[in-house]
Ligand binder design. Structure first.
Ligand SMILES: *Cc1c(COP(=O)(O)O)cnc(C)c1O
Length: 441
């Protein structure tokens, strides 16, 4: 019991202590952004996502501080909630978008079109046309796409600034489903073909090769792969520059991991900068060029800012102690999809002593609907509130209505005040877009 990760304090005498990053415990309750999570659960119902606005700004500022001369293009897919895009737009962030939907939202949020890169390995003609019309940069992922974009932009009388997404063949040592720069991954142009495709592009109408791009994966906890990718990319920059192409930007993606487990070590943006900047600066100086460095963090900016609050429906002693909660993997799929770990806190008994080993499971009709396995936690009863931490990246943005479950609300807190930034869906949203053929009326 003594080596528990919880500090044991008598209830009602601890004014406050930090549990993980910006999260605090006061009077045995978990607080986020100065707000009592149990009050938020009562006020808005459960399940709910709760995001601490100040933490997003802190994380974004940490990146900007580590890379003062770079542009930060927030990866919108990590969390595409409009309030969050808006907040980052006001901070001067750009956006890495992967669909017309994300492009639309980023522009609507006020992110300037000069700071948007449209990524994707399989864009539709419609998406390429929108990118050309709206004047954003495009990261081209194949020769086929290069020609399609050239025709579309040419026919609109536009010239689109392009980068090529390079597959640098670097192993980031992360979960195989989120390693994106392996030789066999679906993303990017094989390194060996990169120079040829720049040569080809420079002769085509409608497109102007202006940058180069890679992104090697996500939740990367070791900085060596970033250095390796930077070296490989700078070799290509040298070759492309030798063709007479003026590269205005070098986009090295991101993928910086965060510590999901309490004492897990994760590099910081400063470590990320140490892994990249010396190589980038040395090589650009050697070549006498001054391209803009772009980074595309997603998870780091939003991951630890948000919790998923869920209420206990039932506790069952079987082969294990199962705690059945009211959120399922339709709201947070990472544990099911990537075997990922989320720290669990009993929000209304946050400083109490751990007493039992519990597995926290959702209500979905799938064995894999498990949020947390075999955790030592304070005694849990029906009605208690469980907070799953670090749910801000690839949480709500990957949600679905699976099993007839409407998506939940999202709340933004700042200095103790809370606002709904997305209302919960209801059953009307399950039927909203469906239609019956007349014969079934
Ligand atoms: C997903 C993605 C990112 C962001 O990755 P994180 O691990 O969330 O930092 C950046 N760039 C591209 C191209 C991506 O696909």
């Amino acid at each position: 019991m003594d080596k528990t990760t919880y500090n044991i304090m008598p209830v009602n005498c601890a004014p406050m202590f930090t549990i993980k990053n910006h999260l605090e415990i006061r009077n045995n309750h978990l607080f986020i952004g100065g707000a009592d999570t149990t009050e938020l659960a009562g006020k808005y119902g459960t399940p709910i996502y709760i995001t601490n606005e100040s933490r997003i700004i802190e994380n974004f500022s940490a990146y900007r501080k580590a890379f003062p001369d770079a542009d930060i293009y927030y990866a919108a897919k990590a969390n595409g909630s409009f309030a969050i895009l808006r907040m980052l737009a006001k901070e001067g962030s750009g956006a890495d978008v992967f669909s017309y939907g994300e492009l639309y939202m980023a522009l609507l949020a006020g992110i300037s079109r000069e700071k948007i890169l449209f990524n994707g390995n399989s864009k539709t003609d419609f998406e390429l046309r929108k990118a050309a019309e709206l004047g954003v940069k495009v990261s081209v992922d194949s020769r086929d796409e290069l020609h399609t974009l050239s025709e579309i932009a040419g026919s609109l009388g536009k010239t689109v600034e392009i980068a090529f997404r390079v597959n640098p063949d670097v192993s980031p040592g992360t979960h195989p489903k989120i390693a994106t720069g392996l030789r066999t991954s679906k993303f990017g142009i094989p390194s060996g073909e990169v120079v040829d495709i720049y040569r080809e592009a420079s002769g085509l109408p409608g497109v102007m090769p202006a940058g180069i791009h890679c992104h090697i994966g996500s939740q990367i906890l070791d900085t060596a792969p970033f250095t390796e990718a930077t070296q490989k990319m700078m070799n290509l920059v040298e070759e492309v520059t030798a063709l007479g192409i003026d590269l205005k930007f070098v986009d090295l993606g991101s993928g910086l991991g965060i510590p999901y487990k309490k004492d897990e070590h994760a590099p910081t943006p400063a470590d990320h900068a140490d892994a990249i900047l010396p190589v980038f600066q040395e090589r650009t100086e050697e070549l006498g060029i001054s391209p803009k460095l772009i980074l595309e963090p997603g998870r780091y900016i939003v991951g630890d800012t948000t919790i998923l609050l869920t209420r206990v429906n039932t506790v069952k002693k079987a082969a294990k102690n199962f705690v059945g909660v009211d959120a399922g993997f339709n709201l947070l799929i990472r544990p099911t999809m990537y075997d990922s770990y989320h720290y669990a806190v009993v929000a209304n008994r946050a400083a109490s002593k751990p007493e039992e080993i519990y597995s926290i499971v959702g209500p979905i009709c799938e064995t894999g609907d498990v949020f947390a396995r075999d955790r030592e936690l304070p005694r849990i009863e029906k009605g208690d509130i469980v907070a799953l931490l670090d749910a801000g990246a690839y949480g709500f943005s990957m949600s679905s209505q699976y099993n007839g479950r409407p998506r939940c609300a999202e709340i933004l807190v700042k200095e103790g005040k809370s606002d709904v930034i997305r209302s919960a869906e209801d059953v009307g949203d399950l039927i909203a877009k469906q239609k019956l053929p007349a014969r079934l009326m």
